[in-house]
Design a binder for this molecule. Structure first.
Ligand code: AP5
Length: 209
């Protein structure tokens, strides 16, 4: 099954997708993670997109679509995948429907105040990419990854000005996808202002239907 997880920055898309990947063996394709990896590895792609991400703006559609197309051609995607952070513009959504039409789009609906709280408190492991929250999902040992004991970091785009920009971009360019997918009967919206476990179980029950 081909699933898209849609939602504002900080809505919890990565948290849900990582668990689906681990527990249901579904490939998790996060465009944000692909870009961050390229930036860390100082590749040509990384150099191209690093300032765009730091500002909280969007990477050009053609580049992003080509990357996802290439990634989904891997054999691990033969039975489906979870897209997290893509599509994110009307161009991406319309184009992707032509390239590899998805089955379901699950929108995680969270209030703006809550996403701000989540982003301001997020901590990530630079090594294994595990995600924590200082209040809602704290690591067992202060600022240390439970899985690999690496010191946790704050994502460069979780600064207050970049968060504001990302929310503005979501509202002007991504939220229109709710209408697009609703009109083609693919959208399922779930309230995601709830505990991670409850949100995860709702997503699993939608996927299993
Ligand atoms: P991307 O990495 O996709 O960032 P995003 O969409 O802004 O989403 P986030 O990763 O910030 O949040 P999330 O929803 O995954 O939340 P998380 O699970 O971490 O993109 C980054 C950048 O890359 C973009 O700004 C853009 O520049 C570029 N880019 C990416 N895709 C692109 C595209 N398609 N086109 C163009 N450019 C693109 O959770 C957040 C926090 O909340 C965590 O601390 C977590 O522990 C906590 N949390 C999660 N769930 C809950 C819960 N239920 N209750 C309490 N806390 C929770």
């Amino acid at each position: 099954m081909k699933i898209v997880l849609l939602g504002a920055p900080g809505a919890g898309k990565g948290t849900v997708a990582t668990r689906l990947r681990d527990e249901m063996s579904v490939p998790h394709i996060s465009t944000g993670e692909i870009f961050r990896e390229a930036i860390n590895n100082k590749t040509e792609l990384g150099n191209k997109v690093s300032e765009i991400l730091a500002r909280g703006e969007l990477v050009p559609d053609s580049l992003t679509i080509a990357l996802v197309k290439e990634r989904t051609q891997n054999s691990d995607c033969d039975k489906g995948y979870i897209l997290d952070g893509f599509p994110r513009t009307m161009v991406q959504a319309e184009e992707w429907e032509k390239i590899d039409s998805v089955d379901k789009v699950i929108s995680l609906d969270v209030s703006v105040d809550e996403v701000k709280r989540r982003l301001m408190g997020r901590r990530v492991c630079p090594k294994c990419k595990a995600t924590y929250h200082v209040e809602f999902q704290p690591p067992k040992i202060n600022n240390t990854c439970n899985l690999c004991s690496t010191s946790l970091e704050i994502r460069p785009d979780d600064r207050e000005d970049a968060i504001e920009k990302r929310l503005e971009v979501y509202s002007s360019q991504t939220s229109v996808l709710l209408d697009f997918y609703s009109k083609i009967n693919k959208l399922i919206t779930i309230p995601a202002d709830r505990k991670p476990e409850e949100v995860y179980q709702s997503v699993v029950s939608i996927i299993s239907k």
